[in-house]
Design a protein around this ligand. Structure first.
Ligand SMILES: CC(C)(COP(=O)(O)OP(=O)(O)OC[C@H]1O[C@@H](n2cnc3c(N)ncnc32)[C@H](O)[C@@H]1OP(=O)(O)O)[C@@H](O)C(=O)NCCC(=O)NCCS
Length: 229
């Protein structure tokens, strides 16, 4: 709990510098990104992500994960409603150390290497509590992943997080294209692709936690993204 508080405190401290660093005039006010860099201290473990900035949207704080977040994530993530259309790579039934293993052995090392970027999603109104997760990956065709707890779905929150994170992908990391696979029955996730102006590239069969489905591969280029902002 103390570590979470420290992380939030770092955010609040850094926020004072956000205005100076803001360089995203083309983004609507509601989706503006706070480019303040994290201080990179070692609280919560030595695998603190140092290259992923805190992001801020109208209603959300997106804070890079730390090892200590595993406890909260372990409590909220293993729900059928969350995992059923995630890739089969997610272990199910979810093991008791699933969140810790994911953060400590996969996500944080990837962030350290510079080929992954991730954020815990928190409401500004209750910043100590994690309500979801969003990540970017510099690997073929699964560039972005996300989930949010059922009680906060359908409020436009993931669209808000996605807009900030997608803008980071194109305009901070300078990536040229974003591609994401979606299971066809995952209507909410596909709708986010549509709302972001993505194009359906092709379909293929893929394995998800709840079985094999047709997956749609959605794509948007940097040029297309910036043309609509
Ligand atoms: C997919 C997910 C992240 C969406 O998060 P969210 O915060 O509810 O998304 P938003 O509210 O920003 O947008 C969802 C859109 O889908 C629509 N939608 C959601 N479920 C729907 C359904 N069953 N039928 C029709 N539309 C639906 C919403 O109405 C909204 O569109 P709108 O803004 O045009 O009304 C969330 O449902 C989730 O975490 N699912 C489990 C994990 C997951 O599947 N992740 C994605 C893997 S690719």
């Amino acid at each position: 709990m103390a570590v979470i508080a420290a992380n939030v405190e770092t955010y609040l401290h850094n926020k004072a510098f956000a205005a100076m660093k803001q360089d995203h005039q083309h983004i609507p006010e509601s989706d503006r990104v706070d480019q303040t860099q994290k201080s990179g201290d070692d609280e919560g473990g030595n695998l603190e992500a140092s290259m992923t900035p805190d992001l801020e949207t109208r209603r959300l704080l997106l804070l890079p994960p730390i090892v200590a977040d595993a406890e909260q994530i372990q409590r909220i993530f293993p729900q059928w409603e969350i995992v059923k259309y995630l890739g089969k790579v997610v272990p199910w039934p979810y093991p008791p150390d699933g969140a810790m293993t994911f953060l400590r052995d996969q996500m944080l090392p990837s962030m350290k290497r510079g080929d992954g970027w991730a954020w815990t999603i928190r409401l500004k109104a209750a910043p100590a509590r994690i309500i979801g997760f969003i990540s970017l990956h510099n690997r073929e065709e699964t560039h972005r992943g996300f989930w949010i707890v059922p009680e906060h779905q359908g409020q436009g929150l993931m669209t808000e997080a996605c807009n900030a994170v997608t803008d980071f992908w194109f305009n901070t990391l300078n990536m040229l294209v974003l591609r994401v696979p979606k299971a066809v029955p995952n209507i909410g996730s596909r709708r986010i692709s549509e709302k972001q102006g993505m194009r359906l590239l092709r379909t293929e069969e893929r394995d998800f936690v709840s079985g094999r489905y047709t997956a749609e591969i959605w794509e948007i280029t940097a040029k297309e993204w910036n043309a609509r902002r």
